[in-house]
Design a protein around this ligand. Structure first.
Ligand code: PHE
Length: 341
């Protein structure tokens, strides 16, 4: 029995010394000191010894048990400390590593350009007016002197909302003119940037959703010369002193006379190239003197007041400015494109 006790105790001590993890140490504890552990069993067997041997063997076995227990405890403390140290080392902050820079996004090219446009007109005393994307027929067409049989009234060309009273997605930002004039007296000096909607098939130059920036000036003696000066100033601010501007007669229901205006091609300086289709000019949008009928609809006296208005397609200006030949690029969210701005 004594020999067996010594062998078990030695084996336990050796295992504890060689053990490398807290889990393995726990296994050793169970193996020797658990309820059915080898030392535990040996202690239980003391009762089966002849009485004269019990005391000595019992004392020896208890001593062995206490030794093993103490070794287990101290090994446990050592292993915990080691594993703490290892974890601390693994988690340690290496201050010599180069930092990771936070990824910073940027404004969409159309937003950037819109800010620039607004800034330029701010400089001329225009302030920003806004209206809802969803409009009434009155604001979008009727008050703008647009006859019922005008193509854009057509259900085919305009997104109407399903429920009466015939609300629609605005086809231009011109209804903001009406909102402003119906809510304030002249003088008026506003620009109206915003989204517009038309039932266009998507291709390189058409999107069913796009941006315009309308402008409106109303006072006692506004003239076509003022309109030309305003747009010329704008063109030079945006595209440089050398840009030329051209006005061509046109028709809009809400302006009379009406023009379309073009900027000289910024890519070939008007010589003719692929972008301007050899014409030397890039078409921007429409403009004109506010039609007296529009003033009548909003309660301004056309005998006293005159005004000019102009439109602007933001994507178009952006495409001209950056030499982009496909409008879809603005709406695809492709970072390779967007990160260039
Ligand atoms: N609203 C017109 C369009 O969308 C542009 C325009 C605005 C024309 C103001 C004249 C005056 O085509």
């Amino acid at each position: 029995m004594e020999g067996k006790l010594a062998a078990i105790a030695d084996a336990a001590k050796g295992a504890i010394a060689a053990c490398g993890s807290l889990e393995a140490l726990e296994e050793i504890r169970v193996r020797y000191l658990g309820r059915k552990g080898e030392l535990t069993e040996l202690l239980k067997s003391v009762s089966s010894l002849p009485p004269e041997k019990r005391a000595a063997f019992g004392a020896a076995a208890n001593r062995a048990k206490q030794e093993v227990s103490a070794l287990l405890e101290s090994r446990k403390a050592g292993l915990s400390a080691e594993s703490d140290a290892r974890r601390r080392k693994a988690d340690a902050l290496d201050v010599t590593l180069p930092g990771r820079r936070a990824w910073v996004g940027r404004r969409h090219p159309l937003s950037q350009l819109m800010d620039e446009v607004i800034e330029i007109f701010h400089g001329l005393g225009f302030s920003v007016a806004e209206g809802p994307d969803c409009e009434t027929e009155w604001n979008n067409f009727e008050a703008l002197n647009t006859p019922r049989d005008h193509p854009s009234w057509n259900l085919q060309d305009t997104f109407y909302l399903e429920k009466p009273p015939n609300l629609l997605m605005r086809t231009h930002t011109s209804p903001v003119q009406i909102r402003v004039m119906e809510s304030q007296k002249p003088p008026v000096r506003i620009i109206a940037p915003g989204r517009c909607y038309r039932r266009d098939a998507i291709d390189a130059s058409h999107m069913p959703v796009f941006y315009q920036c309308e402008g409106l000036y109303v006072d006692r003696d506004a003239s076509l010369a003022d309109l030309k000066a305003t747009l010329t100033y704008f063109a030079r601010q945006l595209l440089g002193e050398d840009v030329k501007i051209r006005f061509r007669p046109h028709f809009f229901p809400f302006t009379e006379p009406s023009v379309e205006y073009d900027f000289s091609c910024v890519f070939c300086q008007g010589k003719g190239c692929r972008v301007c289709k050899q014409s030397g000019w890039l078409e921007i949008s429409g403009a004109g003197m506010v039609d007296p009928n529009v003033f009548n609809k909003v309660g301004y006296d056309p005998e006293v007041y005159s005004g000019y208005a102009w439109g602007m397609g933001l994507e178009r200006v952006a495409m001209l400015r950056y030499g982009i030949d496909d409008i879809r690029l603005f709406y695809q969210g492709d970072l390779r494109f967007l990160e260039q701005f």
